[in-house]
Design a protein around this ligand. Structure first.
Ligand code: ADP
Ligand code: MG
Length: 266
């Protein structure tokens, strides 16, 4: 079943500031920016898709449309069977909460709030009673391997652990898909591989994941890579020799301990 079905998606930004209008009037600048120029994009349940492309190619604009944070100027979008193109503001917010699990580069956790409470938060909209909320939050925190960090504040966690909390929060409402915007962008290589390992595990258990990344070396961990250029999808390929992030992480740790061992010996 398709969880995302987009046809002919266009997003045009009108330039409205005085300066921009003046530049447009004198022919020095554009009147509008066509950030997406007719994108057809579908994803089935169980896919792990990377959205890649150079800066300015329209990745963020497409993510905002997929995430129901922004409406396209033209085109149709059906999300998990719901015709999003016809939805209004309130329905939009409801779809976001129920159907999409967001993961951001900067984690976006509440600072003076424990891991457990951060993960419980999205459940408040769903009128679940307190005990059910707690049980569900514990369940997903266990799934991301943080059962021993439940009462830590974000500042007491490493970047990788904070991103795990954010992923648990994204999973807690059992969304149709996870939408991750540069989830490894703020992490070093080891933590990056840890997060890729977790995302691959979640995907192996059936979770659909759409992820934007700038880092071409991560493409080998996806199942499918779509590339944007100048607001158009210019390539859509399946990764035939998909690699395991868990194996890469194990290798990284081994090399690293060999290196530090050598340093000590020297
Ligand atoms: P990417 O995320 O791939 O770097 P974006 O989706 O942010 O690309 O931007 C695509 C194009 O749309 C760029 O040319 C950018 O300058 C333009 N753009 C993005 N947001 C706006 C906006 N709010 N107003 C005007 N132009 C915008
Ligand atoms: Mg961007």
């Amino acid at each position: 079943m398709a969880v995302i079905e987009m046809k002919g998606i266009k997003r045009i930004y009108k330039l409205e500031s005085k300066k921009e209008k003046k530049r447009a009037a004198t022919g020095e600048g554009p009147v509008v920016v066509q950030a997406l120029r007719g994108v057809d994009f579908s994803a089935e349940a169980g896919e792990f898709v990377f959205v890649m492309g150079p800066s300015g190619s329209g990745k963020s604009t497409l993510m905002n449309v997929i995430g129901c944070l922004d409406k396209p100027s033209e085109g149709s979008y059906v999300l998990d069977g719901i015709n999003v193109s016809a939805a209004n503001g309130n329905t939009f917010a409801l779809i976001r909460n129920k159907k999409i699990g967001f993961v951001f580069q900067s984690f976006n956790l509440l600072a003076r709030t424990t891991a457990l409470e951060n993960v419980e938060l999205p459940l408040f909209y769903n009128r679940k009673d307190r005990r059910n909320r707690r049980e569900r939050a514990l369940e997903v925190l266990r799934e991301v391997g943080l059962e021993d960090r439940l009462h830590h504040m974000p500042s007491q966690l490493s970047g990788g652990q904070q991103q795990r909390v954010a992923i648990a929060r994204a999973m807690v409402n059992d969304p149709a898909f996870i939408l991750a915007d540069e989830p490894t962008g703020a992490l070093d290589s080891e933590m990056s591989l840890e997060i890729m390992t977790l995302l691959q595990e979640l995907n192996n258990r059936g979770k659909t994941i759409i992820m934007v990344t700038h880092e071409p070396e991560l493409a080998c961990y996806a199942k499918r890579v779509v590339t944007l250029r100048d607001g158009q999808l210019v390539s859509d390929r399946w990764i035939t020799e998909r690699r395991s992030a868990a194996e890469a992480l194990a290798r990284w740790k081994q090399d690293h301990s060999l290196l530090s061992g050598k340093e000590e010996a020297a």
